[in-house]
Design a protein around this ligand. Structure first.
Ligand code: SAM
Length: 469
């Protein structure tokens, strides 16, 4: 069994191929003729290979980088329009038996208070999240087969979907939990999770082994092949990512794209999302002791190059990043952001627990969801609370074909406007509501089909009037 994982992992994350890719990128980083050809290919919006994209990432020519940023924004607009999907993380438990050297949940950390939410506490957290207006959650937990069992997760998912409170309901539960078996992935699919998210942390096997010295997560091959098992278990929306700062970013970038290429080749559908977390200070973790941190400029370039390489894949940014950085990368390809997040277990109900702070990492963006929504609209983005694709079974390749067909503007744009209107009626502050209604009225004309436009106008009217009664 373990040999099969190892063979599979080596097949698609091939260390020699990554090293050769980096050497090729170095040799060609000033080859403006080749770079121009790669940019022409990227402009066709059908993606780039890991080698091509790595050349763009290595290029230091300022004028070329400006072209990369401009194209990244065009690609984002072509597939995702000006919509930004909103979500929040929900931390279930920080019990963990792994030894990850960068994560405060590691087993030997005796200072962080350990906590696991009961079903009653989950309900209370969900009500607090619904009261902000959230409809989409990402569940987070450490790895601990005694405390955090699959049965616990399944019960938590049922509990979350069952909470009906005022006008709210959580309509999509994504899961970021440790690599597991095909049978467990099947159970998660049956429990109707949305995306299964798992960060690779680093694709560099030797570094991975140093950074994960103990616990089940120390098995690089098992971790690296998790998405293959998730797909085999029927989960067709999977989210990948790297924790930038652990190893060299250009290595990680090539590995990430090779992973996406593998999923596309093996299952006919690439990753649904890519996350780009950067390492942060946390309880007993000092991020400055890790020497591979990247600056904001490099981070922006990385996001833009991912956008060019995988145009259809959603890209997620969390509150690990500051308002300024988030504002910048929203124009370079990001399509989902979190808002009003807490990374402590129970943090939405009790932000200052007596036992002390159990946060997983320090936040750089601590604004409320309402503030983030208003800020997005001030930059002409449409915050979307829509979960319709998932609710109507458009996952995996069915979602991707809708995206590739260009019909998404007739489908997602109306849904985004209607869910934003619901948000404005039920949860927004008066200032946010004024800006929101203006932007909705203006955006109706951006729904291409006349029929779809009529439906939106009728539904917006219903939403506005229902709330007046
Ligand atoms: N237990 C799951 C696993 O093994 O992947 C979920 C892990 S955790 C709840 C979610 C992610 O937080 C991790 O995959 C890691 O990338 C990230 N993380 C851990 N420590 C961090 C830190 N100090 N700063 C920023 N992100 C961190």
């Amino acid at each position: 069994m373990y040999d099969a994982h190892s063979k599979l992992a080596e097949d698609f994350i091939n260390h020699e191929e990554i090293e050769e890719t980096l050497a090729f990128a170095d040799e060609n980083k000033n080859n403006l003729t080749l770079i121009e050809t790669i940019l022409e290919k990227a402009a066709k919006m059908k993606g780039l290979t890991h080698r091509e994209a790595s050349v763009l990432l290595a290029c230091e020519d300022e004028a070329t980088n400006e072209k990369i940023y401009k194209l990244a924004n065009e690609i984002k607009l072509a597939f995702y329009g000006n919509r930004i999907v909103m979500f929040a993380p929900l931390y279930l438990s920080n019990y963990c038996i792994n030894g990850c050297t960068y994560c405060p949940y590691h087993l030997k950390n005796k200072t962080i208070p350990r906590k696991k939410l009961s079903m009653e506490e989950i309900r209370a957290e969900v009500i607090a999240l619904q009261d902000m207006g959230h409809k989409r959650l990402a569940l987070e937990a450490g790895e601990d087969p005694v405390h955090n069992t699959m049965d616990y997760y399944l019960e938590a998912i049922r509990t979350i979907y069952d909470v009906k409170h005022k006008n709210g309901a959580i309509r999509r539960v994504n899961m970021n939990i440790a690599a597991t078996t095909v049978d467990n992935y099947r159970l998660l699919k049956e429990a109707e999770i949305g995306t299964y998210i798992l960060f690779q942390e680093t694709y560099h096997k030797a570094s991975y082994q140093e950074l994960h010295p103990t616990g089940p997560k120390s098995d690089y091959d098992y971790h690296t092949t998790a998405m293959d098992r998730a797909m085999a278990g029927g989960i067709d929306d999977v989210g990948i990512g790297v924790l930038f700062g652990l190893d060299k970013y250009r290595y990680e970038f090539a590995g990430l794209l090779m992973h996406a290429e593998h999923l596309e080749a093996a299952f006919g559908v690439g990753p649904h999302t890519i996350s780009v977390p950067r390492l942060k200070d946390a309880d007993d973790i000092d991020a400055s002791t890790f020497t591979n941190g990247i600056d904001d400029e490099t981070f922006a370039k990385l996001v833009a190059c991912i956008r060019l390489a995988v145009p259809y894949t959603g890209m997620i940014i969390s509150t690990r990043e500051s308002q300024d950085v988030r504002g910048r990368v929203l124009h370079l390809g990001i399509s989902q952001i979190s808002g009003g997040s807490k990374t402590s277990v129970g943090g939405y109900v009790d932000s200052e627990p007596e036992l002390g702070d159990s946060s997983q990492f320090e936040l750089s963006d601590t604004r409320t969801l309402d503030e983030v929504v208003r800020w997005l609209m001030e930059m002409d983005f449409i915050p979307s609370f829509c979960t319709a694709c998932y609710r109507e079974g458009r996952t995996g390749d069915r979602f991707m074909s809708l995206l590739k067909s260009g019909q998404i503007q007739n489908c997602c744009h109306p849904n985004a406007l209607m869910t934003l209107q619901e948000y404005l009626m039920d949860y927004a502050s008066p200032e946010t509501k004024i800006i929101g209604e203006k932007i909705i009225d203006r955006e109706i004309s951006n729904v291409p089909s006349e029929k779809a436009r009529e439906i939106v106008i009728r539904n917006l009217d219903l939403i506005r009037n229902n709330n007046k009664r």
